[in-house]
Design a protein around this ligand. Structure first.
Ligand code: PBG
Length: 327
C-alpha cells in the first residue's frame, strides 16, 4: 500500500469535477473587433482564419452574433483609411471608432464596449507614438507629445459613449494623463484597462495584418518591454496602478503566465490576459492540418491563463468558447 495516492481523486469525472480549481466562465471573455471605414465590408485576415475587418454595418451584425452567444464584452480596434505623421485621425470625434462605439451602444445597450487607445493604426509610420526625426536616423518616439494625443483619443471615445478605455501604446505616463483628462471632462466613471505589461513580441505579427499597423521602420523595442524581464514588468504594473489603472493587462498571454500571477499578487488588481493573434494563428494553423484539436487546445490555453490569475480573457475565440461552454 502506498501512503499517498493523489490519483484517488481522479478516478472518474465526478471526483474530477468535485475538486476542479478553475473554470472558464463566459463572463470573463472579451471579443476583439477590427473596424474599417466604408460599407458592406467583411475582409478576412489571411493570418487569422475566422477573423475579419468589418465596416460599421457588417460589424453590427457580427457584434450581434457575439452578444447572442453570451459574450458580454468587446474591444474595438480602428483601422482608418487616412493616416498621417501626427495621428490626427486618432482623436477625430467622427472617426471610425467613435462612430462604432455610438452605433453599438445604441443597438446593444447591455454590451460592455471597450476601445483600444494607441496611435499605431493612425500614424503613417506605424509606430504607437509620435516620431521626431533627428538627423539622418529614422527618428525617435516622443513620449510626452504622444501622451497628449492618446489622452485626446481616450476622451473622444468616452464622448462617444465607450464603457472602458484600454491604452496599449506603452508610452510613460499615459494612464495618469488619460485619467486626468477623463476626470476633468466628467468621465470619472470610465475605467482604464491598461496594457501594463506588453512585451515586444513576434506573436503580434498577424494582428499587424489585421490592424494594418506594421512599423514602417525600426521596431517597437524602444517602448515595448524585453520579454527577458520580470522585475521591470512589476514596476510597469505598479506604475500604472499608481497612475489610476483599474485593470492591468498582460500580453502576450501564453508566454507571460508567471507575470500574470506575480502582478495579481503584487497589485491585487484584476488582471486581463490578451490571448494574442500569434497564439490564435498557431493553433488555427495546426488545427487546419489536423495536428491539434482546436477546441481542447483553446480551452486548455485559456484555463492556464485563468489558473495563473487572469480574471479577464481577451481572445479571438470568445464566441467559440461561449458556445463550447454550453455544450
Ligand atoms: C497596438 C496593439 C498591438 C496588439 C494590441 N494592440 C500590436 C502591437 O503592439 O504591435 C496586439 C494584439 C494581438 O496580437 O492580437 N499597439
Amino acid at each position: 500500500m502506498t501512503s499517498v495516492r493523489l490519483r484517488r481523486l481522479r478516478q472518474d469525472e465526478r471526483f474530477r469535477r468535485l475538486i476542479r480549481e478553475n473554470d472558464l466562465k463566459v463572463d470573463q471573455l472579451v471579443a476583439p473587433f477590427f473596424v474599417v471605414e466604408g460599407k458592406g465590408i467583411e475582409k478576412p485576415i489571411a493570418s487569422m482564419p475566422g477573423i475579419s475587418q468589418y465596416s460599421l454595418d457588417t460589424l453590427l451584425k457580427e457584434v450581434g452574433g457575439v452578444a447572442q452567444s453570451g459574450v458580454g464584452s468587446i474591444l474595438l480596434f480602428g483601422v482608418p483609411s487616412e493616416k498621417d505623421a501626427q495621428a490626427n485621425g486618432a482623436w477625430d470625434a467622427k472617426g471610425i471608432v467613435p462612430q462604432a462605439i455610438t452605433a453599438i451602444k445604441k443597438e446593444f445597450p447591455k454590451l460592455l464596449v471597450m476601445s483600444d487607445v494607441c496611435l499605431c493604426a493612425y500614424t503613417d509610420h506605424g509606430h504607437c507614438g509620435l516620431v521626431e526625426k533627428n538627423g539622418n536616423s529614422d527618428g525617435v518616439i516622443v513620449n510626452d507629445a504622444s501622451v497628449e494625443v492618446l489622452a485626446k483619443m481616450a476622451l473622444a471615445h468616452a464622448q462617444a459613449g465607450v464603457d472602458m478605455v484600454s491604452p496599449s501604446d506603452m508610452m510613460d505616463g499615459r494612464v495618469g494623463a488619460i485619467r486626468d483628462t477623463l476626470d476633468e471632462n466628467g468621465f470619472d466613471q470610465v475605467p482604464i484597462m491598461s496594457y501594463a505589461v506588453k512585451y515586444a513580441s513576434s506573436f503580434y505579427g498577424p494582428f499587424r495584418d489585421a490592424a494594418e499597423s506594421p512599423p514602417q521602420f525600426g521596431d517597437r523595442r524602444s517602448y515595448q518591454m524585453d520579454s527577458a524581464n520580470q522585475d521591470e514588468a512589476l514596476r510597469e504594473g505598479l506604475q500604472d496602478m499608481a497612475e489610476g489603472a483599474d485593470i492591468l493587462m498582460v500580453k502576450p498571454a501564453l508566454t507571460s503566465l508567471d507575470i500574470i500571477s506575480q502582478l495579481k499578487e503584487t497589485t491585487g488588481l484584476p488582471i486581463a490576459a490578451y490571448n494574442v493573434s500569434g497564439e490564435y494563428a498557431m493553433v488555427k494553423a495546426a488545427a487546419e492540418k489536423g495536428w491539434l484539436n482546436e477546441k481542447e487546445a483553446v480551452l486548455e490555453m485559456l484555463t492556464s491563463m485563468t489558473r495563473a490569475g487572469a480574471q479577464i480573457l481577451v481572445t479571438y475565440w470568445a464566441k467559440d468558447v461561449a458556445q463550447w461552454l454550453q455544450e
